[in-house]
Design a protein around this ligand. Structure first.
Ligand code: GLU
Length: 294
């Protein structure tokens, strides 16, 4: 017998869930049901300054209201830092990470030459030696200054190329009917991405690939806004020797001006809709979820 597929919904408790999150959670839960799979909820709270415990409570209440059932215990990323540190050590041992002491202001100033921005709109890091002189970096290192760990993208791609024996880096995307298609992963768009932040011993990208693997997640369902991140996640999976999940990136819920819903938009928060008398059926209809997932 083959193991059932594993799906997950992985919200960050830095605000109330809104209709966009409802779509994401329901798409994952519906797909899990359809595929006879398991469904997990993971709390992505590595950003300890922005995440708040009361939001975790609200998230779980909202998910229960959406009729979603998940397995216990719910993993909280803020409790897993040693695991991310170990994964970062593993990457570091392959020579693809380097410490970066530069501040945001210094990076922005150095990047005025026009390196462009990453898919999150953050200016691309101009390169290992282009922001601080070797001498200044050494001075900061010996003074014990905090540092981030960045991926040396060129080296990482080289190493992945040899692991994959020249096969291209790709991932499997399922469409809304569940039909798979192999698509190119384009991690280079992220430049020398931060893998371990200065303030916490992880980053979204590192934590997500480590946890998807540890939790045996076989199907990652999430919004199209995270499509570019999947390329970087595939690269990290290859470098860390982790299994490859399949992906489904669902459409985004937008407001009347076509912008992605924000966590600050209280009028579409699930809590507020619930108090206005919305029912699960109304949410599903509003999201157009009666026919197929996503
Ligand atoms: N924690 C992320 C968010 O709330 C989602 C991560 C993922 O699904 O990979 O946007």
């Amino acid at each position: 017998m083959t193991a059932p597929p594993v799906f997950r919904f992985a919200p960050s408790p830095n605000g109330e869930l809104h209709l966009g999150h409802a779509l994401s959670a329901l798409v994952g839960a519906d797909m899990a049901k359809r595929f006879g799979g398991r469904f997990l909820v993971r709390i992505e709270d590595i950003d300890t300054r922005r995440c708040r415990p009361e939001y975790i409570k609200h998230i779980l209440e909202d998910l229960a209201w959406l009729g979603i059932q998940w397995e216990e215990p719910v993993l909280r990323q803020s409790e897993q830092f040693p695991v991310y540190i170990e994964a970062a050590r593993q990457l570091e041992a392959t020579g693809v990470l380097y410490p970066c002491y530069a501040t945001r202001t210094e990076i922005a100033a150095a990047g005025r030459g026009g390196e462009g921005v990453d898919p999150d709109g953050v200016p691309l890091y101009p390169g290992r030696d282009k922001v601080l002189s070797a001498c200044e970096a050494a001075r900061r290192r010996s003074s014990g200054a905090p540092f981030a760990l960045r991926l040396d993208m060129a080296r990482a791609l080289d190493l992945a190329g040899s692991v994959l024996k020249g096969r291209p880096l790709t991932f499997i995307e399922l469409d809304a009917q569940g039909t798979p298609r192999e698509v190119p992963a384009e991690p280079a768009r992220w430049g020398d991405a931060i893998i371990v932040r200065k303030d916490v011993p992880a980053s979204y990208h590192l934590a997500v690939v480590v946890d998807d693997a540890r939790q045996g997640v076989s199907h990652v369902t999430r919004g199209l806004d995270l499509y570019p991140a999947t390329g970087l996640h595939r690269l990290l999976q290859v470098l860390l020797g982790l299994p490859e999940p399949v992906y489904h990136h669902h459409r985004l819920v937008t407001d009347e001006r076509g912008r992605k819903l924000a966590k600050s938009a209280h009028d579409t928060s699930l809590r507020s809709l619930r108090s206005q008398g919305w029912t699960l059926q109304r949410v599903r209809e509003w999201l157009g979820l009666d026919r197929s997932f996503g």
